[in-house]
Design a protein around this ligand. Structure first.
Ligand code: GDP
Ligand code: IMO
Ligand code: MG
Length: 451
């Protein structure tokens, strides 16, 4: 068995949903541990397509237990919409879906406040997903928050009323329209009975499962560079999206974790504001956006696109302690003559290889590129690394050498069956010796393969 964290190594949307879904056959449970419905995780297999925001990507595997951990902030309206969508799609989850009583509720006033603050910031805005994530974490940290478990007891109503009054005043001062108190209260009351069957002490549940020999997969949301402490602050989300967040956000101690698989897109994207050294605001950026279908799963916004930034990814590798890399969207580069990779930053006349600690500095850096030849052939659906064109194999090796971590998975299409799974030492360890099950899932109806 193994307890493994899946973490994005960039600014989100690396393809974490696809990788979590792929790895499920080797795990008993999937746990979300931070963020909320700002996440948008896409899972595709055969002719099926799911976009998940709160529910773990493991839900599509009928035997997999799924948990929303204590570090999350949860909007019940979004959750119910998502659960209804799953039911309509024939996914049964009733006895295997659990929500931490310690997770925080995204009250209906938070998205309104999020939007009012963003509008008031003008050009300096963060470009949030407008889901109320910042206000929800702010209320949690200032100890005004309402937890999911609070809804089952008495006393929560006056706390919600207090927030509606206080935050309502801020919304009005910012020029927005405050929600009506009795409507907010009615909405919250409507949630209680539907939430009740799912609410659990998931911290004890998860640790009990570990004692029973079950394997847990932790599904990160966002990416390391959006981490509130370690990312491009203030252009970040409001939670700990590096691997460390998996412990605080689930109640599973670091001593029970076996390691981390980092998900890295073969180029870089970012949604919202903030520094992005390798951004391409030209035809090449447009090419990546179109070919990579880089439009937000949550908000539909076009994602900013650029070359792979190994300085930023190296920062993520260090912070999350990535043992094995899942490299995604390699196929998006298939048509290019030349591929650039950022291997350093030029900053105030010097070359730096580490990620600067402030936005002021990050806005001044100029990327130092290394140029690699493109392969100009399709890579979609390859089963073995050795099936890829030599230049594509060289691209993978370049990343491995630079980041000092093996690439265990190479994704060459959005579907589960468009993935190369390698017999890489750390990947084998982090899937608890059940790598052959994953190789089989990736092969789909093609012959199982190995390399
Ligand atoms: P997440 O937030 O990290 O789960 O990523 P998203 O689902 O928001 O964005 C990733 C997008 O890329 C989705 O549309 C996926 O279907 C798609 N995708 C994932 N892996 C691949 C791949 O290897 N190739 C291509 N072309 N698309 C991929
Ligand atoms: P997944 O899990 C990409 C970005 C927003 C904004 C910043 C703060 O799909 O990778 P927030 O609403 O969290 O306060 O917004 O963070 N952001 C994401 N970008 N993927 C995500 O999630 C994101 N979640 C938040 O665009 O720049
Ligand atoms: Mg996403």
């Amino acid at each position: 068995m193994a307890n493994t964290i899946i973490n994005g190594m960039q600014w989100g949307d690396e393809g974490k949903g696809k990788i979590v879904d792929l790895l499920c056959p080797a795990f008993d449970a999937v746990v979300r541990y931070q963020g909320g419905d700002n996440a948008g995780h896409t899972v595709k297999f055969e002719d099926r397509h799911f976009a998940l925001h709160l529910v773990p990507s493991g839900i599509l595997h009928p035997e997999t237990l799924c948990v929303l951990g204590s570090g999350m902030v949860i909007n019940p309206d979004t959750l119910f919409r998502e659960l209804d969508g799953l039911t309509e799609a024939g996914v049964d989850f009733e006895d295997r879906f659990f929500i931490s009583k310690r997770a925080h509720v995204v009250l209906p006033i938070y998205p309104v406040l999020d939007q009012a603050r963003e509008a008031a910031m003008g050009k300096a805005q963060i470009g949030t997903t407008a889901r109320g994530i910042g206000p929800a974490y702010e209320s949690k940290i200032t100890r005004f928050g309402v937890r999911m478990g609070d809804l089952l007891a008495s006393g929560w109503e006056s706390r919600v009323e207090d927030q509606v009054e206080r935050l309502g005043r801020e919304i009005v001062a910012l020029g927005g329209e405050a929600p009506v108190e009795h409507e907010v209260m009615a909405r919250c009351r409507d949630w209680v009975e539907r939430l009740r069957p799912y609410l659990a002490e998931t911290e004890s549940l998860l640790n009990g499962w570990i004692v029973d020999g079950k394997s847990l997969l932790f599904e990160g949301a966002q990416g390391a560079l959006l981490d509130v402490d370690h990312g491009t602050y203030p252009y970040v989300t409001s939670s700990s999206s590096t691997a460390g967040g998996a412990c605080t956000g689930s109640g599973v101690p670091p001593t029970s974790i076996d390691g981390v698989i980092g998900v890295l897109k073969a180029y870089t994207t970012r949604v919202g504001g903030g520094p992005f050294a390798t951004e391409l605001e030209d035809a090449m950026g447009e090419h990546l956006r179109e070919r990579g279908n880089e439009f937000g799963t949550t908000t539909g916004r076009p994602r900013r696109c650029g070359w792979l930034d190994l300085v930023a990814a190296g920062h993520a590798r260090m912070l999350s302690g990535v043992d094995s890399i899942a490299l995604t969207k390699l196929d998006v580069l298939d048509e290019l003559d030349e591929i650039r990779v950022c291997v350093g930053y030029r900053l105030e006349g010097e070359i730096v290889k580490s990620f600067p600690p402030s936005v002021d500095l990050l806005e001044k850096v100029e990327p130092v590129y290394e140029s690699l030849p493109g392969w100009k052939q399709t890579t979609v659906g390859a089963l073995l690394l050795s099936d890829l064109p030599q230049a594509a194999q060289d691209y993978v090796s370049f990343i491995e050498e630079w980041l000092e971590a093996g690439v265990g998975i190479v994704s060459t299409g959005p579907r589960r069956e468009e993935t190369i799974v390698r017999d890489e030492e750390n990947l084998s360890r982090l899937t608890g010796g059940r790598l052959s099950d994953i190789v089989e899932a990736a092969a789909g109806n093609k012959a199982p393969a190995r390399n």
